[in-house]
Design a protein around this ligand. Structure first.
Ligand code: FDA
Length: 399
């Protein structure tokens, strides 16, 4: 016989657990399904193991979507302070690191345990590991959910199976399959918050810089739609990474350039021209006043300058060119490291198909999407978890 429940949530990650606990606290009979054997791996590995679980400054401006107003309602009804109040009840210690980013003092496991305890206290029924082979809409109302642990008949189904990033810890395109099955529009998915790569030949001169990190200004887009961040950049063997590059990757359009100011506080051409008249230094020693010596040396070589050349003997034109290369380095990535390294997926289920109050598909009553599965993508810095909590809470309050 089929088991009758009120809500089936598919995906026991950040959004799924928040939704299941919220609904079960309202007295709903909730089944929470996940195909993984280990709970919430993405939370576990997040924030370098300490989970950047929210951002004090989180607001609609920190999210990308083709429907930018969609996230407003849910974000205003479940705020970073609401999540902090939850952590307070479980005495989870946390700290602010940088620009409003909040991390666990101890480990991301604290966040998993809080959410699991909330689900257990509200009597959520776990099915894990358990796979779902079909979700069928029933003729009158509700759905039949076919799983490896039997069939469930339910009023509501919440798809909380996340995005495509990091397939080796269980990411799948389940949400996109369900969207296709119910003929919902999609916004083309793409890896985001991801390191950028360059073709092997053009990157070869920069390989010796791998491992070096520094604070930069990074920008992409034209005057009308320019995005800019000041964050740390990291040179890698295949290209560029670090928070600066992850942030800009979400806005970067393939085929276009990114612009990097390696010395945001210094007008280098100006300094070089003044230095030419007063300094006996060679180029590399002069630059080492502003940059780590290894980076100064590597950048000069990569851009075709002789580090041993005396500043005083150089042409103004060459010094201006060097200033330009370091203050306004323009380069066109050939691609990204893809879903195997991306922190999130941009795009997903088109939010114009969903109610912004409840996350329910407007043309399929009882079907909901939450979290990263839909076209709402946060900046780096705790915003994606805040969206998982807020959208999970919105759906959990409505199912
Ligand atoms: P999430 O991915 O958390 O959960 C989806 C669940 O669905 C998983 O448990 C999965 O096993 C399950 N599932 C998938 N397919 C299924 C299927 N077919 N059947 C059944 N179950 C299925 N964000 C942030 O705000 N701060 C941070 O510090 C970080 N750090 C970070 C580091 C790294 C390395 C990554 C990859 C990502 C981050 N993120 C982050 C992003 C953040 O982890 C992400 O946005 C949220 O986990 C999304 O929450 P969801 O619940 O939507 O999906």
């Amino acid at each position: 016989m089929n088991k009758q429940v009120d809500v089936v949530v598919i995906g026991a990650g950040a959004a799924g657990m928040m939704c299941a606990a919220t609904a079960a606290k309202r007295g709903k009979r909730v089944v929470l399904i996940d195909h993984a054997s280990k709970l919430a791996e993405k939370i576990r590995i997040s924030g370098g193991g300490r989970c950047n679980f929210t951002n004090l400054q989180a607001g609609p401006a920190n999210f990308l979507s083709e429907n930018p107003h969609f996230c407003k309602s849910a974000l205003s009804r479940y705020t970073p302070q609401d999540f902090l109040a939850l952590l307070q009840r479980y005495r989870v210690a946390w700290h602010e690191k940088h620009k409003g980013q909040l991390f666990c003092d101890s480990s991301a496991e604290d966040i998993i345990q809080v959410l699991k305890s909330e689900c257990d206290a509200a009597k959520v029924q776990w099915r894990m590991p358990c796979s779902v082979s079909g979700v069928e809409q029933l003729p009158e109302r509700g759905f039949l959910v076919k799983t490896s642990q039997g069939e469930l008949v339910t009023e509501s189904v919440v798809i909380a199976s996340g995005g495509l990033s990091i397939p080796k810890i269980g990411a799948t395109d389940f949400a996109h399959q369900i969207a296709r099955q119910f003929q919902l529009k999609m916004v083309e998915p793409r890896p985001a918050l991801v390191p950028l790569t360059f073709d092997a030949q053009s990157w070869a001169p920069f390989i010796p810089l791998a491992g070096i990190s520094l604070e930069v200004d990074i920008a992409t887009g034209d005057k009308k739609q320019k995005m800019q961040f000041r964050e740390d950049l990291l040179f890698t063997h295949r290209g560029l990474s670090g928070p600066a590059v992850l942030q800009i990757s979400s806005f970067w359009q393939p085929g276009t350039a990114i612009r990097i100011n390696l010395l945001p506080e210094v007008d280098l051409a100006e300094e070089l021209l003044v230095g030419k008249n007063s300094s006996k230094k060679n180029l590399v020693n002069f630059l080492a006043q502003y940059l780590p010596a290894r980076l100064a040396d590597g950048l000069l070589q990569a851009h075709g300058f002789d580090g041993a050349a005396k500043l005083a003997e150089m042409q103004d034109k060459r010094l201006r060119l060097l200033g330009e290369k370091l203050n306004r380095w323009e380069l066109i990535p050939s691609g990204s490291e893809g879903y195997k390294k991306a922190e999130v997926t941009r795009g997903g289920v088109d939010t114009r198909e969903l109610s912004q109050q409840t996350m329910m598909v407007t043309k399929v009553p009882g079907l909901y999407f939450i979290g990263e599965a839909m076209d709402v993508t946060g900046w780096l810095g705790g915003y994606n978890f805040q969206w998982a909590w807020a959208s999970g809470f919105a759906a959990g309050s409505s199912v």
